[in-house]
Design a protein around this ligand. Structure first.
Ligand code: PEP
Length: 252
């Protein structure tokens, strides 16, 4: 089963509005060399308008890093999924481990946000994290399965076409220490199997699952070679446009 590779940059809270255009102008024309890879840049809300304008008529897709679960309304300071869609945002990261750990996002909130994104035609990239304190293999598998099941509650078979899942073990994020390709593959296999158990094998074969956590050019190729790793979600390394492009080339 061949799934289209995807590289997603998660800029987090690092880039300034004044830095957006240069990055996109550097990357966009060179993507023509890698027509088989989806390239997505996810930025904080204050950048999104500038990002969308700069990426107009290029193959780059723009994603948000978070949003609220109500479509719109009196929720001061939150991000409306309806507004994201109206701006031309195609994807949104939901349940990143930084959201879960610093902002106390629960599986239930992740599920509500997933359903809201789908309702508003924005594709959710659901981040599945893994706590550092898990010790046994059983704990580890149970933790992953539970997050997948909880986040996908109420999602229909048809909507699964628009879902992406990203496995991001907390210990690997921003630490410089990626998981080994084989260990990452084992976790992604558990995620795919969970999707098969919840829906069916065909849907599991189609859903794209990414690995995230200290991905860089030195380890990306071996990670992307694994049968269940369809792409990478990249923080630090993707802050640099040249490195982002190198990662896209490795996914091709
Ligand atoms: C992330 O936070 O999504 C991430 C993968 O970060 P890093 O690549 O810096 O580990």
């Amino acid at each position: 089963m061949s799934r289209r590779p995807i590289v997603i940059a998660n800029w987090k809270m690092n880039k300034l509005p004044s830095e957006v255009s240069q990055y996109i102008q550097y990357v966009a024309p060179k993507l023509a060399d890698y027509p088989n890879v989806d390239a997505v840049l996810a930025g904080q809300d204050v950048l999104l308008n500038t990002m969308v304008m700069a990426a107009k008529d290029t193959p780059i897709e723009i994603g948000a890093e978070n949003m609220y679960w109500q479509d719109k309304g009196a929720y001061t300071g939150e991000t409306s999924p309806q507004a994201l869609a109206d701006l031309g945002i195609s994807k949104v990261i939901i349940g990143h481990s930084e959201r879960r750990n610093y902002f106390r996002e629960t599986d239930e909130m992740v599920n509500l946000k997933t359903l809201a994104a789908l309702r508003n035609n924005v594709s959710p990239i659901i981040a599945i994290d893994e706590a550092v304190q898990l010790t046994s293999l059983n704990d580890h598998a149970h933790w992953i399965v539970n997050q997948v099941v909880e986040s996908l509650k109420g999602v229909t078979e048809q909507e699964m076409n628009r879902i992406l899942l990203a496995y991001e073990p907390t210990a690997a994020i921003g630490s410089g220490q990626a998981m080994t390709p084989l260990d990452a593959q084992k976790s992604l296999r558990i995620i795919r199997q969970t999707v098969a158990d919840m829906f069916n094998q065909k849907i599991a074969d189609h859903v794209r699952i990414l690995y995230g956590g200290s991905v860089k050019p030195a380890n990306a190729y071996d990670l992307l070679k694994q049968p269940d790793i369809d792409g990478v979600l990249v923080g630090d390394a993707a802050l640099d446009a040249t490195t982002f492009l190198e990662l896209v080339s490795l996914a091709d």
